[in-house]
Design a protein around this ligand. Sequence first.
Ligand SMILES: Nc1ncnc2c1ncn2[C@@H]1O[C@H](COP(=O)(O)OP(=O)(O)OP(=O)(O)O)[C@@H](O)[C@H]1O
Ligand SMILES: [Mg+2]
Length: 281
Amino acid sequence: MADLKIRLSVQINSFKYPDGTQALSDIEVNISHGEFIGILGSNGSGKTTLLKIMDGLMKDFEGSAYLDGADIKKLSPKEIYSKAGLVFQNPDDQLFAPTVFEDVAFGPINMGFREDEVITRINNALKDVDMQEYAKKSIHNLSFGQKKRVCIAGLLAMGHEILLLDEPTAGLDPMGEYKMMNLLTGLNKDKGVTIVMATHSVDLVPLFLDRLYILSKGCIVRSGIPEEVFTAPDDMANVRLRLPQIAELIYKLRHEDNMPFEKIPLTIGEARREILKTLRS
Ligand SMILES: Nc1ncnc2c1ncn2[C@@H]1O[C@H](COP(=O)(O)OP(=O)(O)OP(=O)(O)O)[C@@H](O)[C@H]1O
Ligand SMILES: [Mg+2]
């Protein structure tokens, strides 16, 4: 469960890329210890840019960013990576070693763990993402989804307290998507890892995330628990997103067919209860 200690606090008045693109403005994001947070936004809304700023990779923004109260602009990469790690959106930007095993080994070796500890960490991390059979395989020959899972294993092996994940489920098959979200939920709930993930998977969000921020054209336009953030279909369309499909169906039944639903459920489970209640009344 989240407690009140703020781990990450970011205020960005403005961030422009060198070519003049205004990527972020009016951003205020506070992440407490133990939260599982989503940054939800359409393509080009600024999700990756925001995660990179949180990981200290880009410091020339107008505003401030703090990690456990320390100014990220002044922290060294090592000080940041001892607590927080970012998994890139594109696995090819992250993976570089010849084999799966060597890639996952890189982090824990650099963190100075003993050899037997490194091996245990690699094996556990590969098992967590279901890639233990691929340890000796060449990175080049992995599928996209497999590469993505190896990237996550690389971070898990380091044991960060804060994980920043850029579209961790993009490119995974439906089962892989659920397995990944369940793995992340386990890390969050059982091991207390604070997680911030960028995504545009609206159907997954209400099942797993505590709280989210909606990013549109570089600005935070809404934030809160999923029930507060998912509003009417038109509002979602304005930020180039949609409601979860089940919510869209119930919304239409209520507003176009006058079915007396009291609330708009966001998940299949909630929808099932709401439908049974409405049919029985
Ligand atoms: N290196 C760069 N130089 C110039 N502009 C950039 C650069 N990287 C991103 N941008 C621009 O900044 C804006 C935000 O991009 P960003 O990659 O953060 O969006 P995103 O929400 O992660 O999108 P996606 O869902 O496609 O990953 C976009 O308009 C993009 O074109
Ligand atoms: Mg992105």
